[in-house]
Design a protein around this ligand. Structure first.
Ligand code: FES
Ligand code: FE
Length: 462
């Protein structure tokens, strides 16, 4: 059942204040709130765990965290992907103590109970003597199984067996995510295992930023306009103002998902010397294929997407955003020193590891059909820019620990986070996509809607 109050009498609903769009800072450090999140959010929603291309063969498995629990993600002989709790039903030992591997038998190192890749109990050593099965039959002795969905190869799982479908969870955002994850015939795959590193920060400092915070780019990542090969330069070689990049279309979802669609017009006109308004969809695709796609692949788009999705993909495509609560995607167009543009595809999960610790997991993706040379360039450039070793997100992962420490201060925890920049524009005329859509300079709306869904989950029945 739901507790509407914290131990000190604070109503959970009052942690997020809709009248003034404020959030109590204590939510970023309070252990009691963290424990509730593990049950009410991560115990309930669809959790992103990885990509099926990480476990291509029968018996392949990886071990990941799903909220505060560890799970085994494995592929069985029939090719099905399973997600099950990595907790032995005998005495609670972790059944797998590895990060991943291949086996048809997951055998617990403590007393040797053994399980199939689908979690079913196989047997135990000297079973006749020690595991009579007098009280419980074999069917009851397997690993606890989660409900699993594959979406464009992405593996999501939930403990909420009877809860909403994955499609319901994505809602209107699916129309946009399909442009990224379901646009090609054979789909995406990972370029190697994910990078992982620990940041001493509350997961929500990163999670709410993943709800399409564009504003921080101007200050925190200001060097993007100033330094190195990637720097955006004006024609005369001076550093470019980044603020034009902050205009676009932002979409929020009642389920906390969010994305930023950024105008491609300037890139296309630079590449073609023409006004993009004069160009057909095909001409735009030829000039600038979607981030991560080779020009030979663009003919696949019309088979997989609607004409309306193609229109958005070639003018104002989703480039950064998040899947609630802790996933960030970037399908970003990176200007190259030679004037061309390279797409970079990355997915992050900010996995909670305690009130002041998160694990940053970074997958780099490529189209299965992309030529080797393009895959290598995507891998190299994405590693350079994003994730563990990247230049951009060293900035972000430096702020989150400071924010978390601020939220521990006797005075700091009484302060509020403020989401005051409100869109009043609505969707651009003729915008064909669904959702809560606004155009203009980036605002706080998408992150605010993220908090509103956090509040809804934290105050609703478990
Ligand atoms: Fe796993 Fe005993 S705890 S077999
Ligand atoms: Fe950032």
């Amino acid at each position: 059942q739901t507790s509407p109050m914290l131990a000190d009498g604070t109503k959970i609903a009052d942690l997020v204040l809709p009248a003034t769009r404020e959030v109590q800072m204590r939510v970023l450090s309070d252990p009691e709130i963290y424990e509730l999140e593990m049950e009410r959010i991560f115990g309930k929603i669809w959790n992103f765990l990885g990509h099926e291309s990480e476990i291509p063969n029968s018996g392949d498995f990886v071990v990941r965290d799903m909220g505060s629990d560890q799970v085994i993600i494995s592929r069985d002989k029939a090719g099905e992907v399973h997600v099950m709790l990595n907790v032995c039903p005998h005495r609670g030992m972790r059944v797998s103590v590895l990060d991943g591997g291949n086996t048809q038998i997951h055998k617990c190192i403590y007393h040797g109970w053994a399980f199939r890749p689908n979690g079913d109990f196989i047997g135990a050593p000297v079973e006749k003597e020690c595991m009579h099965g007098k009280m419980m039959c074999k069917e009851e002795l397997g690993l606890k199984k989660a409900r699993v969905t594959l979406y464009g190869g992405l593996i999501f799982a939930t403990w909420n067996i009877e809860g909403p479908s994955f499609e319901d969870f994505l809602g209107d955002a699916k129309w946009y995510y399909d442009m990224l994850f379901k646009r090609s015939d054979r789909g995406l795959e990972v370029l190697g295992p994910p990078q992982r590193f620990v940041v001493r920060a509350n997961w929500k400092a990163a999670g709410e930023q993943s709800a399409a915070d564009g504003f921080h780019t101007l200050t925190l990542h200001r060097w993007l306009g100033e330094v190195g090969n990637y720097a955006k330069k004006n024609e005369d070689g001076t550093s470019a103002d980044l603020s034009p990049e902050m205009y676009g279309v932002e979409i929020s979802s009642p389920h906390g998902h969010a994305l930023r669609c950024i105008d491609l017009a300037r890139k296309i006109s630079r590449l073609t010397g023409l006004d993009p308004k004069e160009l057909s969809v095909q001409q735009k695709l030829d000039a600038l294929p979607p981030a991560g796609m080779h020009k030979d692949m663009v003919e696949q788009l019309a088979r997989n997407l609607s004409p309306e999705q193609l229109q958005v993909l070639t003018t104002m495509p989703p480039q950064v955003g998040g899947i609630f609560p802790n996933v960030l995607f970037g399908f970003v167009y990176i200007p190259q020193p030679d004037g061309s543009v390279l797409g970079s595809l990355t997915l992050h999960a900010y996995v909670p590891r305690g009130p002041d610790k998160l694990e940053f997991v970074n997958w780099i993706l490529a189209e299965k059909d992309a030529p080797q040379e393009l895959r290598e360039r995507i891998l190299k450039q994405t590693i350079q820019l994003f994730g563990t070793s990247g230049m951009v997100e060293q900035d972000d992962s430096d702020t989150w620990p400071h924010i978390t420490l601020s939220a521990k201060g006797a005075m700091g925890k009484k302060q509020t986070l403020k989401y005051q920049a409100v869109y009043e524009t609505g969707a651009p005329e003729g915008w064909p996509g669904p959702g809560m859509v606004n155009e203009g300079f980036t605002k706080d709306d998408t992150q605010w809607h993220w908090w509103m869904y956090w509040r809804e989950l934290m105050t609703s029945e478990v």
